[in-house]
Design a protein around this ligand. Structure first.
Ligand SMILES: Cc1ncc(COP(=O)(O)O)c(C=O)c1O
Length: 497
């Protein structure tokens, strides 16, 4: 069924052109029905939600089913054998099995429930046997919760390096990465990269997982931004460690993530401490403990046992829709959005939007990051843009999205410039750094505007966003800084040249 919108004639024509260009969108019509029944709050409030990379949206029925489940059961702390505890354990284990099955990982992987993706990443960081002769190699495009692992590596004397991404598409430099993977010592080595960038939406090549493993590396695949709109099949791609947050996939519950560990790599991890629930044996007199040999060794204290059953409900919800349908819709909308944004021009012909990341929808997801420029090439203040978007009923995200590497590469920020920011000590934050860049006349932005598309996004969301951005045509009011920049050539313009 073709989705119906109450559109003006121009909009109708534009919608028809979109459908002609992206006919696969027809096949995703069930998402419109789902949006009307399960996510009606969006259209009731005329809200355009474009922060799916920040957090997914939940269907009403997910919450209702969860309430029904926990409202009708007597559930106690799972660390016991009484009936309420046993019931909780069976719900938790059922969710664990459902999640393993969802990722095709029943046989070979253990699943550790964590607080979120960051919690999962921290477990890998603190437990990986880094040491002299070992290494932590990360793609420059990584969330800070991956970057933070370098502190564990450094503290244990391992080498830390970054694999570069290349502007303007900000894809991983695969050849340079291979060289870095080849140039390694004999100690334990961990290579970490995101399956999909939370900054640019780039899908980095999953083939690198096997390439790195063949070279003796352990691989950590951060799948937090990838899993909401793509199938991750661990029968096909076999990293040692996978990290994710469930709320990004289906909105509810928050507070639960997962670390999937290949069983062959489980014994490699050495926890720096033990806690309630993680040990088979612990003695005060003998000052000794024996960690559990399975995922329990990583689940400190009491699990979020009331929320975990909602993970299974969320997974069933995604399965009923089909992640491929979501992927198709996101691809169509992203392709159109990117084309429309890049086509926007001021009256003098200058581009209005500078996109960070791929300019086509090949090997990219629905995260579209940009900055806006005025007709003279002055950067517009993205913080005001976000405020104005809010007033127009559009939820965007601005800033650096906890991904400094992608941002630095996107803006060409040098080590010296970043060190100048670091030298500001406790006064440094995104705002003061931005000021520093403007005052030094560099006109570099240390942040951007991110619109991300997801599960129940529709063309009308994308259209309203483009219309909002169009409103900045010939605008000079929000310009910051004096230096002018030509978006088309990606060059600072000096002396009017
Ligand atoms: C790629 C990526 N990794 C890790 C994280 C951290 O997720 P969380 O904040 O749920 O721990 C995020 C969050 O946006 C992300 O996009």
């Amino acid at each position: 069924m073709e989705p119906r919108y109450n559109l003006q004639e121009r909009t109708q024509r534009s919608y028809e052109q979109f459908l002609t260009r992206y006919p696969a969108y027809y096949k995703t019509a069930l998402l419109d029905e789902l949006r009307a029944s399960e996510y009606a709050r969006l259209d009731q409030q005329r809200h355009v939600y474009l922060d799916y990379t920040g957090g997914g949206l939940y269907a009403r029925s997910q919450v209702e089913r969860h309430l029904e489940l926990i409202g009708g059961a007597v559930l106690g702390n799972p660390h016991s054998a009484n009936p309420t505890s046993t019931r909780t354990t069976s719900l938790v284990e059922s969710a664990r099995k459902a999640a393993l099955a969802y990722f095709g990982a029943v046989e070979d992987y253990a699943l550790v429930f964590t607080l979120n993706a960051s919690g999962a990443l921290k477990i890998v960081g603190e437990s990986f046997p880094f040491g002299p002769g070992g290494e932590f190699l990360a793609s420059a495009d990584n969330h800070n919760s991956v970057n933070g692992i370098r502190e564990f590596a450094r503290a244990k004397g391992a080498r830390v390096r970054y694999a570069p991404v290349v502007a303007p598409a900000l894809r991983l430099d695969v050849e340079a990465t291979r060289r870095l993977l080849d140039d390694a010592g004999g100690g334990e080595k961990l290579f970490a990269f995101p399956a999909q960038s939370n900054f640019t939406g780039v899908k980095h090549p999953l083939a690198l997982v096997e390439e790195a493993r063949q070279r003796g590396w352990r691989v950590l695949l951060d799948a937090a931004a990838y899993t909401p709109t793509n199938r991750l099949d661990l029968r096909q791609v076999r990293p040692d460690f996978v990290t994710l947050s469930f709320y990004k996939m289906f909105g509810y519950p928050t507070g639960v993530g997962a670390l999937l560990v290949h069983r062959a790599s489980l014994a490699l991890l050495r926890r720096p401490w033990f806690a309630g629930g993680t040990v088979n044996f612990a003695s005060v007199g003998a000052m000794a403990h024996v960690l559990a040999r399975n995922e329990a060794a990583f689940e400190d204290g009491t699990l979020n046992y009331l929320s975990i059953p909602a993970v299974e409900i969320g997974l069933r919800h995604l399965e009923a829709i089909g992640i491929e349908v979501i992927a198709t819709r996101v691809q169509c909308l992203t392709g159109w959005l990117v084309e429309e944004l890049l086509a926007l021009r001021h009256s003098n012909g200058r581009a209005m939007v500078r996109l960070y990341g791929p300019s086509t929808n090949e090997d990219r997801g629905g995260t579209v990051t940009m900055n806006l420029y005025d007709p003279a090439g002055h950067l517009l203040d993205y913080r005001r843009v976000e405020e104005l978007a809010g007033e127009a009923g559009i939820s965007l995200r601005t800033g650096c999205f906890c991904n400094p590497g992608a941002g630095e590469c996107a803006e060409g920020l040098t080590e010296e410039e970043m060190l100048a920011g670091y030298a500001m000590g406790d006064d440094i934050n995104l705002q003061s750094f931005l000021r520093l860049m403007q005052e030094s006349g560099l006109n570099k932005s240390a942040g951007a505007i991110r619109a991300s598309i997801g599960l129940v996004s529709n063309w009308e969301d994308a259209r309203r966003f483009v219309e909002f951005i169009e409103g900045f045509r010939d605008q000079t009011r929000l310009a910051i800084g004096e230096v002018t920049f030509d978006v088309d050539s990606c060059r600072v313009i000096r002396d009017g040249s």
